[in-house]
Design a protein around this ligand. Sequence first.
Ligand SMILES: NC(=O)c1ccc[n+]([C@@H]2O[C@H](COP(=O)([O-])OP(=O)(O)OC[C@H]3O[C@@H](n4cnc5c(N)ncnc54)[C@H](OP(=O)(O)O)[C@@H]3O)[C@@H](O)[C@H]2O)c1
Length: 252
Amino acid sequence: MVTGASSGIGAATVRRFAELGWQTVAVARRADRLQALAAETGAYPLVCDVTDEEQVSRLAAEVAHTGGATGLVNNAGGAIGTESVERSSNEDWRRMFEVNVLGLRSVTAALLPVLREGARRTGWASILNLTSTAGHDVYPGGAGYNAAKFAAHAVTGVLRLELAGEPIRVMELAPGLVHTEEFTLNRLRGDAAAAAKPYLDVTPLTAEEVARVLVGAFEQPPHVNQDLIVLRPVAQSSVFHTHRGPLAPRAE
Ligand SMILES: NC(=O)c1ccc[n+]([C@@H]2O[C@H](COP(=O)([O-])OP(=O)(O)OC[C@H]3O[C@@H](n4cnc5c(N)ncnc54)[C@H](OP(=O)(O)O)[C@@H]3O)[C@@H](O)[C@H]2O)c1
C-alpha cells in the first residue's frame, strides 16, 4: 500500500512496483488521479485523507478484506511555506504535522494488524517511511517542515525498536532535491515562477529515480533492513550546497 500515490514519488512508486509484478493499493485524496493510475498499472485505488482517522480505519478494513498487505509505504506528505520561525504560522505547521507525522502514525497503527496478517501468511512484512534530508539537517526557512520530518524520522526509529522480534522491517528513505510537479508548487502556495527556481541549472532527482531505490529496498531479501537510505543528486552535496551549472572534473 502506497500513500500519496496520486502524484510525484508515490505515483512513480506504484508504477515501479507494477513493473516488477507487485499488486499495489494506491491511496490519496484525488480520486480521478488514482483512477487514471489504476487504469495504467492495475493498482487498487482507495481514496483516503490520511489525516482523518475514521477514513484511515475504513482504509485498513478495506485493505484487509480485499487481499491484505505485506508492505506499506508512508509517502503522503509535503511542505507548506518557507517563512522563518518568527514569521511562520501555527496553521501551516499544524497542516505539515497532520500529514507528515500524525497521518503516518495513524496509517501505520491501522495497517499494522493487516501487515502482521500478511507476515503470518508470507513470512515477512515491510514498512518504509518517506522522510527527507530535511529530516536530518536544518536550514533557514525550513523549521516547520524540518520539525515534521525530524519527527517522522524519530517515529521510524521508535517503530523499529517496538517491532523488534517480529518479521517486519522498518525502513526510511530520505531524499534531497527531487523534481516533482507539485511539491514545491504547494510549498510556495502556487507561485509557479518561484517553484521553478530550485531546479534551475541543476539536475535534480526524478520521482522515477527515487521510486527505483525505494522499490529496490522492498526487493531485497526480507531479512535485509535498509534502516536509512539517503539519496541526493550529485550536484547537491548537502542541504546548503547545490552546485548550479555543469559538473566537471577539476583541473589537476
Ligand atoms: N519533492 C521533493 O523534493 C522531496 C524531497 C524529499 C522528500 N519528499 C517527500 O516525499 C513525499 C512525496 O513527495 P512528492 O515530491 O512526490 O510530493 P507531491 O507530488 O506533492 O505528492 C504528495 C502526495 O501526497 C498526497 N497527500 C497529501 N496530503 C494527503 C492527505 N492528507 N491524505 C492522503 N494523501 C495526501 C497527495 O495526493 P492528494 O493531494 O491527491 O491527496 C500527493 O499524492 C512527501 O512525503 C515529501 O515530503 C519530497
